[in-house]
Design a protein around this ligand. Structure first.
Ligand SMILES: [Zn+2]
Length: 330
């Protein structure tokens, strides 16, 4: 039976269908987003860590809600990336950091067309700060989770380029390879997550843009190394078939992934570590800017019936639906 499936898949590939149309198993994929959110909790100061630890499961489990929303909310996918290279060359000084200035220069439609990750992050930070000011448990958690996701995304080089899935250079699939396959294979055993303590950010905006420019600086390496390796590996050594329930899915082989990870010389680990620390620093900064509210006795997180229905719908649509917008905007 499995051989038949394999033959069908090979057939599909021969006829030019992309195997990647079959849903990828996980997406900083689901796995890495959860890990970033969870580990960021341990960078927090004593006044905050108790609260976040008490809600550790929520912070972890909901780390991928923003990705799920891409199936139900129009425009949500735009929050996850910026194709900064459409505006010019590295280091992209031509892109104004302030939303109003950027709109004045390029128009809002253009900005939205190519992704609004940096500006959206500032807006979510504002919402989180107000949630702290109001000591509103649900909003604190919701916005903490969301900001974690979006910060994770801007640390991924392929979230900063028009060639986000290698589709312009014959490297389709590289998005999931870099952000999902590699961390899933190596992160638990090989990465060092001791990242230090959250820091107060005088200018979150500056941090956001530094991160994006740094991510963008890695794009040429991310692509070039994969290309180089592809020349060294035959097709059957590059890919492997992975059993996922009833399906056999084509994926990058462990050997190919291992070599790639090694050639990148710690890049993925470094981006993940920075994402963790930056997230802790954003949570901390929002809390300080809100006047360091007391986070004890904020009550329990109990969903209303409506909220439960909404979460259920979100999950269902994400499992069965089609993304509104770009496929690889995760
Ligand atoms: Zn995302």
């Amino acid at each position: 039976m499995k051989n038949i499936i394999k033959i069908v898949f090979v057939g599909l590939m021969v006829f030019g269908f992309s195997i990647w149309q079959i849903p990828e198993a996980k997406s900083w994929g689901f796995w890495a987003h959860k890990r970033v959110n969870r580990l960021a909790v341990f960078t927090l100061p004593p006044e905050m860590i108790g609260f976040y630890k008490a809600h550790l499961e929520f912070i972890t489990e909901h780390a991928v809600d923003p990705d799920k929303r891409r199936y139900s909310a129009e425009g949500e996918d735009k929050n996850h990336y910026i194709d900064i290279d459409v505006y010019g060359e590295y280091p992209f000084d031509m892109v104004p950091h302030k939303w109003e200035d950027a709109v004045a220069k390029f128009s809002e439609d253009t900005l939205r067309e190519y992704g609004i990750a940096p500006w959206n992050l500032e807006w979510v930070l504002g919402k989180l700060t107000r949630a702290f000011e109001d000591r509103n448990l649900k909003r604190i958690l919701r916005h903490s989770v969301d900001i974690g996701h979006y910060i994770g995304d801007i640390h991924v080089p392929l979230h900063t380029t028009l060639n986000y899935n290698g589709q312009l250079t014959g490297q389709k699939g590289i998005h999931g390879f870099w952000e999902s396959r590699c961390p899933e294979l190596f992160a638990d055993d090989n990465y060092d997550y001791f990242v230090g303590k959250a820091e107060y950010l005088k200018s979150p905006r500056k941090k956001i843009w530094e991160t994006i420019i740094e991510s963008a600086s890695h794009v040429p390496t991310v692509l070039a190394k994969e290309k180089e390796l592809t020349e060294r590996f035959t097709e059957d050594k590059k890919y492997a078939f992975d059993e996922r329930g009833e399906l056999l899915m084509r994926t990058y082989s462990t050997e190919f992934s291992k070599t790639y990870e090694k050639e990148l010389d710690g890049m993925i680990e470094d981006r993940m570590r920075k994402a963790i620390l930056t997230l802790g620093s954003f949570w901390y900064t929002a809390w300080v800017n809100a006047g360091k509210p007391d986070l004890t006795n904020l009550g329990d997180y109990v969903l209303t019936e409506e909220e439960e229905a909404a979460q259920k719908e979100l999950n269902e649509k994400a499992n069965s639906g089609k993304i509104k917008g770009r496929e690889h905007s995760k």
